[in-house]
Each structure stands twice: as structure tokens, then as C-alpha cells.
Design a protein around this ligand. Structure first.
Ligand code: PXP
Length: 235
């Protein structure tokens, strides 16, 4: 299984002060020296974390970008210009803290089929972020997406309550069905150092996209060093 690292959370921290620190390109450079398959970046309509210029800076570093985006014409133009390795279409609500549910592909099949055409023509792989729902899996196949990304948010929430079996089984069933239909399968959202081992029970997973838990952990793996360096400077 390959790891995609979602670096939006670095941008959220940077934007809290409105300056340049922590530097997103520097974070991308560090990630790219590790065994990381792709960097996931969500260009939101309101630009609340990733900015347009971030995408181009990270692309310049030679990163494979997995661009998360809503299916809007404004972001489509940017995606076509940027030409990332892949795009992952997600639903987007202004007020949400993070992506809440999967994309409803079934109710907008015709729109999405047309929407992804120029991306595919440009050679950009298209993924759809969906709940583990067989109807959505079938719809993703009908519109000829390359990948689905299974939303693991419900599984992660259930894991915290120690009641995750039915959510895990839904992910397993959806992944098996997707593979039968010729779709590649990624997964992500809410995965962390405690629950990620269960992803090995899901057959055919290509990539896991993980952000919040990695960035959160890096605070603690780096805090001691950061305090020491500051103390050296002031003493
Ligand atoms: N995949 C998708 C489509 C997402 O929207 C997110 C959250 O931005 C992630 C993966 C990563 O989720 P987390 O930050 O909880 O690891």
C-alpha cells in the first residue's frame, strides 16, 4: 500500500498567522525525501488552506500531486493548467471543518461524466471520493473514473467507539466490488496511528491518503528539538 500525505494542515497553520511559516514547500520537500507516493492538496473554493501558488510551488519540486477539488468550472480550469498526477473529486461545503461525506456520484452521473472528460484527455487520473456504498461504486464505474477513494471517516469514528466491524466490512465489500468493475481503490480520512492497521484487511487498496494524524504527530516528534534550538539561541 502506498502513502499519500495530505499537506493541507501545514497550510492551515501557516494561514493562521497570515505569513509564510510553516513553509509549505519546505514541508513538501521533507515529505518527498521519504517513501511518499503523492502529496494531496485540496484547493478549496474559499482558499482556506491551500492557495493556487502553493500548487505550482509544490509541482516545481517534482511532486506527484493528488489535487482534491470540487467539481466546479473555476477549479477545473486550474486543474487543467496545473496538470497534476491525479485529481480527486470531493463534495465541498463552505462551513464544514473538513470533507464531511462522500461525493454523490449517482445523482449527477451525466454532469460528472462530462466534467471529467477534459481531465482524462489531459492524462490526469480521476478519482472520486465516495462512501462505501455499492450504488456509488457502480456509478463511479459507469462514468469511467480511474479510481475511487473510499471515505474512511465513518470507520474512523466507529473505531473510536470500538464498534468498527460493520464499517470495516462495508469498506471491504465496496473495494471488492470496485476491483471487479475495473476501478482502482484508494482510501482516506480520519486514519491514524491506532486504526490504520485495519486497512490491511481491505483487499486491493492502492493508496492511503493521510493528513491530520501525520501532521499532528510531527508536532510531538519535533517539539523537543524545536525547544532546544530556541534555547541555544537565547542562552
Ligand atoms: N482524502 C480526502 C478526500 C480528504 O478530503 C481528506 C481530508 O482532507 C483526507 C483524505 C485526509 O484526511 P485526514 O486529514 O483526516 O487524514
Amino acid at each position: 500500500m502506498k502513502l499519500g500525505v495530505n499537506i493541507d494542515h501545514i497550510a492551515t497553520l501557516r494561514n493562521a498567522r497570515g505569513g509564510a511559516e510553516p513553509n509549505l514547500a519546505r514541508a513538501a520537500e521533507i515529505a518527498l525525501k521519504e517513501d511518499v507516493f503523492a502529496l494531496t492538496m485540496h484547493l478549496r473554493e474559499d482558499r482556506r488552506h491551500i492557495k493556487d501558488s502553493d500548487l505550482y510551488e509544490v509541482k516545481k519540486l517534482g511532486a506527484k500531486i493528488n489535487l482534491e477539488m470540487a467539481a466546479t468550472t473555476e477549479i477545473l480550469q486550474i486543474a487543467l493548467d496545473l496538470s497534476p498526477y491525479s485529481v480527486c473529486l470531493v463534495p465541498e461545503k463552505r462551513q464544514e471543518i473538513t470533507t464531511e461525506g462522500g461525493l454523490d456520484v449517482s445523482s449527477q452521473k451525466e454532469y460528472l461524466k462530462e466534467f471529467i472528460k477534459p481531465l482524462k484527455e489531459r492524462g490526469i487520473l480521476v478519482s472520486l471520493f465516495i462512501d462505501a456504498d455499492l450504488n456509488q461504486v457502480q456509478s463511479a464505474s459507469d462514468i469511467k473514473a480511474d479510481y475511487i477513494e473510499l471515505h474512511t471517516g465513518s470507520f474512523s469514528n466507529a473505531f473510536d467507539k470500538k464498534e468498527y466491524n460493520s464499517e470495516l466490512n462495508k469498506l471491504i465489500t465496496a473495494s471488492i466490488e470496485a476491483q471487479k468493475l475495473g476501478l482502482k481503490v484508494n482510501a482516506g480520512h480520519g486514519l491514524n496511528y491506532q486504526n490504520v492497521y485495519l486497512m490491511k484487511q481491505i483487499p486491493n487498496l492502492s493508496e492511503l491518503n493521510i493528513g491530520h494524524s501525520i501532521i499532528s504527530r510531527s508536532v510531538f516528534t519535533g517539539l523537543k528539538q524545536a525547544i532546544r534550538e530556541m534555547n541555544e539561541l537565547i542562552n
